[in-house]
Design a protein around this ligand. Structure first.
Ligand code: BGC
Ligand code: ZN
Length: 372
């Protein structure tokens, strides 16, 4: 069957004829792949800066943002049936029994770094026609979300961040669990960056009642600004509104959700969080060299204003379930803006080229639908 693969040793990427997987255990499920999303991690892999084939293999089948349809189930499979739409999780546990995170199925918090990731690190990914995995790594997506289900995995980044935010906010009695419903109303959030992770994050904040601003490079009045306004967020351009001016316009910022992957922008924006504010990093920066930063005011505010800063990667089953639920909410509330996040669908053969060119649009998807 066809698969898109990277050969790190030869510095090549191409469509290969990959052996079709089979059900091996009773809890295995076979999927026909429908859509596979491309992201910054795939671009890093395509530049041969990241990514590793399974032990002994010459190539890695890429792809980790997926949507598939169940075609076959093992005898002990209870959670899924043929025809179901499914998103499969990316990370698999490390082999060390002493890793407390992996031992409880929370490899997204793995201590050892020896986890594997489908399509990224030591395991073939989803950019192929058929995929087999254990049912416990799969999450069912309602049929009416067929067109946008591939956005579940990138949305899990925001969901994991928000789950942690709520845990941490238990420190503030007036917003903690048990506080009246709608306790987020009046909370102000800024999303840094208008890529898929940022824009999906903005929707997740809006459905929770946050007053939400998107702050990015693109000009005010442009397509990103219009998209933000179409979902009820406000847009500020970093090109015309410097950070101090952004702070002045917004007031006390309760949350900054960073989705730029640019250290210079992100660390300077630490200054923007307000009293009791939280800053969450989600972007993985490339190596751009040192930045200059006036750290005293940042440190002063962190202490004198009870601020929190944390980073988050990958996602657990709770975030996948939350992402499926939120995607349904987004679809009900903003069907057109949600669909507009997917700006291109291409055949697998186009993938090496798509990853070699500079990114354009918002989310690019490779589709296997209708290929057999
Ligand atoms: C994926 C994560 C993964 C991370 C690092 C991201 O693009 O969404 O699941 O953990 O890359 O490999
Ligand atoms: Zn581990």
């Amino acid at each position: 069957m066809r698969a898109v693969a990277v050969f790190p040793a030869d510095k090549a990427m191409r469509v290969v004829d990959h052996p079709e997987p089979r059900l091996e255990r009773d809890t295995d499920v076979m999927l026909a792949m429908l859509d596979v999303g491309l992201c910054g991690t795939d671009r890093e892999i395509a530049r041969f800066e990241y990514g590793s084939p399974p032990p002994g293999a010459a190539y890695l089948v890429i792809g980790h943002e997926s949507l598939g349809r169940v075609v076959e189930t093992g005898r002990a499979v209870t959670r899924l049936k043929p025809g179901d739409l499914v998103v499969t999780m990316v990370r698999r546990p490390c082999p060390h029994p002493e890793c407390k995170a992996c031992a409880v199925g929370r490899q997204d918090f793995c201590f050892t770094g020896d986890f594997t990731e489908r399509g990224i690190k030591g395991r073939h990914g989803f950019m192929t026609e058929r995929v087999v995995d254990d049912q416990r790594f799969m999450h069912v997506v309602p049929a009416h979300l067929r067109d946008v289900g591939v956005l579940v995995e990138p949305l899990t980044i925001a969901e994991k961040a928000l789950i942690q935010l709520y845990d941490m906010r238990a420190r503030l009695p007036w917003t903690a669990a048990g506080a009246p419903a709608g306790a987020d109303h009046g909370q102000k959030a800024v999303v840094l960056g208008a890529g898929p992770v940022g824009l999906l994050g903005a929707m997740a904040l809006l459905v929770r009642g946050f007053e939400t601003w998107v702050y990015s490079l693109e000009p005010e009045g442009g397509p990103k600004a219009r998209w933000a306004e179409s979902v009820g967020a406000r847009y500020l351009s970093a090109a015309s509104t410097p950070l101090p001016e952004m702070e002045r316009r917004i007031g006390n910022i309760d949350l900054v959700y960073e989705a730029t992957g640019a250290a210079g922008v992100a660390f300077r924006a630490l200054q923007a969080i307000g009293v009791n504010g939280v800053f969450v990093f989600t972007g993985v920066p490339g190596r751009k060299g040192p930045i200059e930063l006036d750290a005293d005011p940042i440190m002063r505010d962190l202490v004198l204003q009870n601020q929190l800063v944390f980073g988050t990667v990958n996602a657990g089953p709770d975030a996948f379930e939350a992402a499926v639920g939120d995607l349904a909410r987004f679809h009900a509330r903003w069907p057109e803006p949600l669909r507009a996040l997917i700006t291109g669908r291409h055949a697998p053969e186009a993938c090496p080229d798509l990853l070699a060119r500079p990114a354009s649009g918002i989310k690019t998807v490779v589709t296997f639908a209708g290929s057999r």
